[in-house]
Design a protein around this ligand. Structure first.
Ligand SMILES: *[C@@H]1O[C@H](CO)[C@@H](O)[C@H](O)[C@H]1NC(C)=O
Ligand SMILES: *[C@@H]1O[C@H](CO)[C@@H](O)[C@H](O)[C@H]1NC(C)=O
Ligand SMILES: *[C@@H]1O[C@H](CO)[C@@H](O)[C@H](O)[C@H]1NC(C)=O
Length: 372
């Protein structure tokens, strides 16, 4: 007993331990060791930021950081500019129709949610590199912020037609190869802040979004699960297994196919939630399109892709240039449920927390009961 007390005295640097019972001391020791373990594990997790980087995105981030340093003043000017500008295009949506009413409500909600989160961690001005994910059509004055896995193939094809890069008039006839590898899209990234602001304030600006969890399931299946792509499995899958699977064998790591649950542990790792250094296939929408800093004229929803796209073509008088035969995607509600059920309730809540801003900005509801 006395030896034990001496050890504890040394350990806690406390002089009067005589009146503390052995049980209490044991408890304190256990708590101390457990806390140390948790802190060690956590620190290990958050300092390991070299994890899984997408080559191109790494370059962008590097650039973004140096650019951010050099142009903090410019960036905050951009911010002011958007805060003060009045939405000039919303008037074109006021034609009374349920579709137009919803489009107006979408814009109002984005504005309200941005207001609500002003001054919080989400209120961070995008550096110039944030405009990488934009596509510009100067002739028709359109700017499209594209987000992977939200049906960007259709709108990229339309931009290809509008910029005379195809003789087709039906977007559905353009091959994915042409869309993703042959056609060139100009973005806002390389422009001076003045030029970028000029275009953003006078063009019709829109983004396409989708239920955030559905997009994650789609991205997971497509890049990491089945079928998966070797590049993504090597770059992200293998390190995810190595980090989040206890006792993973070298063969398992090499497979590059993490479970959905491991993928979610990666996405909800505190380091991943905040960083902009996250692959664009699962980066939050606000990190790719900056809805609080760019004044959008239209929020297209994947769930209403056909009617929203038609609506924009009509608003911009482009229906004589572009047609599109749209195949409704198979409803992925069942898939969503199947994958979400592989998660614990705690994981689902953490995932929601990580994507909560997107849910609110774009009006998607979260109800835990629909996933359990
Ligand atoms: C595309 O072609 C049309 C019709 O020939 C022409 O009016 C338009 O200026 C062209 N646009 C560009 C960006 O070259
Ligand atoms: C469109 O058709 C013209 C005439 O046939 C051809 O010269 C041009 O290369 C075609 N453009 C594209 C982008 O295929
Ligand atoms: C729409 O486009 C057509 C043909 O390109 C043109 O004749 C017409 O004036 C345009 N309408 C408006 C309102 O711009």
């Amino acid at each position: 007993m006395d030896k034990f007390r001496t050890i504890c005295k040394g350990f806690f640097q406390i002089k009067n331990l005589e009146h503390v019972s052995r049980k209490a001391l044991t408890l304190i020791l256990i708590i101390a060791i457990a806390s140390a373990t948790v802190i060690y594990y956590h620190t290990d997790k958050v300092t390991d930021v070299s994890l899984h980087r997408y080559n191109m995105e790494e370059k962008i981030i590097k650039h973004r950081k140096s650019e951010h340093k050099n142009s903090e003043e410019k960036t905050s000017k951009t911010l002011e500019f958007f805060a003060e500008s009045t939405p000039i295009h919303t008037a074109t949506l006021s034609k009374a129709s349920p579709r137009a009413e919803r489009a107006t409500a979408d814009l109002k909600r984005v504005k309200d949610v941005c207001e609500k989160y002003k001054g919080t961690e989400y209120d961070e001005a995008p550096a110039n590199v944030g405009h990488w994910h934009s596509s510009v059509d100067d002739e028709h004055k359109l700017i499209y912020y594209y987000i992977p896995k939200t049906g960007c193939t259709l709108w990229k094809a339309i931009f290809g037609i509008l910029t005379n890069q195809s003789n087709e008039t039906d977007a559905a006839n353009i091959t994915p190869y042409d869309i993703h590898f042959r056609m060139k899209y100009t973005n806002l990234y390389g422009l001076t802040p003045e030029e970028r602001n000029r275009k953003l304030s006078s063009y019709f600006v829109f983004v396409v979004v989708r239920h955030p969890f559905e997009r994650l399931v789609s991205g997971y299946m497509n890049k990491l699960g089945e079928p998966g792509e070797p590049y993504f499995q090597n770059t992200y899958g293998a390190p995810i297994i190595e980090k989040y699977r206890f006792g993973a064998t070298p063969e398992e790591i090499k497979s590059g196919k993490p479970t959905f649950s491991e993928f979610i542990n990666y996405l909800t790792d505190p380091e991943m939630v905040r960083t902009y250094n996250i692959d664009s296939h699962w980066a939050q929408y606000y990190k790719l399109s900056h809805p609080c800093f760019v004044r959008f004229d239209y929020i297209v929803r994947f769930e209403h892709m056909k009617e929203d796209t038609q609506h924009i073509l009509e608003l911009k008088n482009l229906t004589n240039l572009v047609e599109f035969t749209y195949k409704e995607p198979k409803t992925s509600n069942e898939k969503l449920k199947e994958y979400m059920q592989q998660l614990t309730i705690n994981q689902i809540y953490k995932l929601y927390e990580a994507y909560k801003f997107d849910f609110e900005l774009f009006g998607y509801d979260f109800d835990i009961r629909s996933y359990i």
